[in-house]
Design a protein around this ligand. Structure first.
Ligand code: SF4
Ligand code: FES
Length: 337
């Protein structure tokens, strides 16, 4: 029986009680570990995000306690809310793994395989998905879509070739800044991010589009080609900022701060959005109060020879089955304490 007022949902054999209205993806995030579906467009801090990329597909093998029929097709876990007694398969379903492989193939139809020269390499979720699910050859015979690079403002560059049209940057512009100046124009194969007559995006929080972009389509012009991310050393720092929380990660090479980003959680989402001034103008150690080396998720190439962490969601502590499922990650967290 589920706790009072909660729904019981079982994902890959692990049961968790969640509030009604929770999506399957967020229920899986409460469990943590490897069963969390990948999400290329959903972003918990951006209202309305999700439903665009289909990487989070899962199989609902039992609809609910009342109506146990399975759902006829795979569903996007970021957009499907749980029902009481629902059973879901993610990595335990061969159908899901096969479908995800197809989704990755689709996402890569137009995306160039230019990781060796892309600034996002090492922290690109599409690169990770490509390694996990990608086929070694493309079946696509047509030319990829190509665009000229566009500098949008002084600090941001858009390389539309790499865009997967997840809409996250559009939501950032809509929800964090006073005036919206960019969006997706055209439809289908002709869709592209555009700044409407290439207006420069100039407002205090627009730099966050760089952090939310899951691929290398929006990059920081003040950091481009300065270094590979795995040669840098991330350190958490803060300052007293009148515009934002001032909590950031500084990316060091030796004594030099090469770039400043917002801090990200274990799902690769920004914890608190930061302002342009912190991001682009404060690149001296003297501007900041340093805290400690940033803890980076275990799968990232950035953790090579560095450190690694898994922050166990509170629900894991209460459930021995969840502890068992996350055994490896918990052991690593203990080791690194
Ligand atoms: S530019 Fe990046 S954040 Fe914006 S829609 Fe394309 S992939 Fe998403
Ligand atoms: S994360 Fe669910 S569709 Fe993109």
């Amino acid at each position: 029986m589920a706790e009072e007022g909660k729904f019981k949902v079982t994902i890959d054999g692990i049961t968790v009680d969640v509030s009604p209205g929770t999506t399957i993806l967020n229920a899986a995030r409460q469990i943590g570990g490897d069963i969390v579906p990948p999400a290329m467009c959903y972003y918990s801090k951006l209202e309305g995000s999700g439903g665009k990329c289909r990487t989070c597909l899962v199989k609902v093998s039992k609809g609910s306690e009342k109506d146990p029929r399975p759902m006829p097709k795979l569903v996007a876990s970021c957009r499907t809310t749980v029902m009481d007694g629902m059973e879901v398969q993610n990595i335990t379903s061969p159908d899901v793994v096969e479908a995800r492989k197809g989704v990755v193939e689709m996402l890569l139809i137009n995306h160039p395989l230019d990781c060796p020269v892309c600034d996002q390499a090492g922290e690109c979720k599409l690169q990770d998905l490509g390694y996990e699910h990608g086929a070694d050859q493309t079946r696509y015979e047509f030319d990829r879509r190509t665009f000229e690079r566009i500098d949008i403002g002084e600090q941001i560059q858009l390389h539309m070739n790499r865009c997967i049209l997840c809409y996250r940057c559009v939501y950032v512009a809509n929800q964090l800044t006073a005036g919206r100046e960019h969006g997706v124009i055209n439809r289908g194969d002709h869709s592209e991010i555009s700044t409407f007559i290439e207006n420069a995006l100039e407002n205090d929080f627009i730099g966050n589009v760089i952090d939310v972009c899951p691929v290398g389509a929006l990059t920081d012009r003040t950091f481009r080609f300065k270094n590979r991310v795995w040669f840098t050393k991330p350190v958490d720092a803060h300052r007293d900022c009148p515009t934002c929380s001032g909590k950031v990660t500084l990316w060091y090479k030796g004594d030099e701060v090469l770039r400043v980003t917002a801090r990200k959680d274990e799902f690769n989402e920004v914890e608190e959005f930061i302002c342009n001034s912190c991001r682009f103008e404060k690149k001296k150690t003297a501007d900041w109060l340093l805290e400690e080396p940033t803890l980076i998720e275990k799968d990232s190439v950035i953790t090579a020879n560095h450190y690694s962490v898994f922050t166990p969601p509170p629900v894991i502590k209460q459930n021995p089955k969840l502890q068992e499922a996350n055994e490896e990650q918990l052991a690593r967290t203990e080791r690194l304490k």
